[in-house]
Design a protein around this ligand. Structure first.
Ligand SMILES: [Zn+2]
Length: 295
């Protein structure tokens, strides 16, 4: 019986993931989320119903539009699979309970906001506000009062605002975190309370460090700065070679030289762009939340 419910939850997750793709795509362009029917963003051809089956259609269409053969973004199957996995994990963790419902709502909001943050560096703060309100209700249902939940909102918001304003102390004197980060962290505080949000924040900072590297390299790649990317790959290879096989002064020297070149290349770019390589923090908050929730 449990397995049947799990399969059902996973299928629901796939369908919701499919819907979240549309929300991520259209909430930013201002188009209606329900109408019009889904169409290819390239050729505008209306899609047949069997082009809309989560993941399966992507595989059968081999990642291309049926009509114009334009590549379909990998975002679609990725969001569908991530949603399925998270819904399934929530059910496995909390069982048939109100906890699962609220976990699924929170995770859904985070998936959408993470998607728009990565895609457009924009987050709809209304989603965070709605999540905060639901978080307060959830706390009331679970522990009978909302004090800890409200303190969590306050703490979450204050942590990010304090950090954001640190940027005003140094040139170029701008906020170093977006306003959306404040809203999202506040919303998480509503769910996890005072102590919980502090832990989630620490996890998120660690996650942002892990996420920062590939995001940074992708940014460099997109800006046609192949040199930094190549140097990074060489640096990683040199370390692997050093660790795995040859631990002598030649390999140490090579690691050192490539390391210095890589540092120079990175520093030069930071100077060129006034030090603002943008790192979305919402994905890190989502990762921190998932870790806190499940591990
Ligand atoms: Zn097309």
């Amino acid at each position: 019986m449990d397995n049947y419910i799990l399969i059902l939850v996973c299928i629901i997750g796939l369908c919701f993931g499919s819907f979240f793709n549309v929300v991520i795509l259209r909430s930013l362009s201002g188009e209606s989320i329900v109408f019009p029917a889904s169409k290819c963003p390239k050729c505008g051809h209306k899609l047949y119903p069997w082009h809309n089956i989560p993941v399966i259609s992507y595989i059968f269409l081999r990642g291309k539009c049926h009509f114009c053969k334009e590549k379909i973004s990998i975002q679609y199957p990725v969001i569908e699979l991530v949603t399925m996995i998270l819904f399934g994990a929530a059910y496995l963790k909390f069982g048939l309970s109100i906890d699962t419902i609220f976990a699924i709502i929170l995770l859904s909001g985070l998936i959408i906001m993470t998607g728009t943050d990565i895609k457009e560096k924009l987050v709809d703060c209304n989603i965070a506000i709605a999540l905060a309100a639901l978080g307060v209700i959830f706390s009331y249902l679970r522990v009978g009062n909302v004090t800890d939940s409200l303190l969590g909102i306050l703490a979450g918001g204050l942590i990010i605002e304090t950090l954001a304003h640190l940027g005003l102390l140094f040139p170029p004197k701008t906020r170093i975190m977006g306003e959306a980060d404040t809203y999202v962290t506040g919303a998480l505080g509503a769910y996890f309370g005072l102590k919980g949000i502090c832990i989630v924040f620490i996890y998120s900072v660690m996650a942002s460090m892990v996420l920062a590297l590939p995001v940074y390299l992708y940014d460099r790649y997109k800006n046609n700065d192949k040199l930094t990317c190549i140097l990074f790959v060489l640096f990683a290879l040199a370390i692997v070679v050093y660790k795995a096989a040859f631990q002598n002064w030649i390999t140490v020297g090579i690691v050192g030289i490539i390391g210095v070149l890589l540092s120079i290349s990175i520093m030069k770019n930071i100077k060129n762009e006034g030090g603002r390589t943008y790192l979305p923090f919402v994905p890190a908050l989502a990762a921190g939340t998932i870790y806190f929730m499940f591990f």
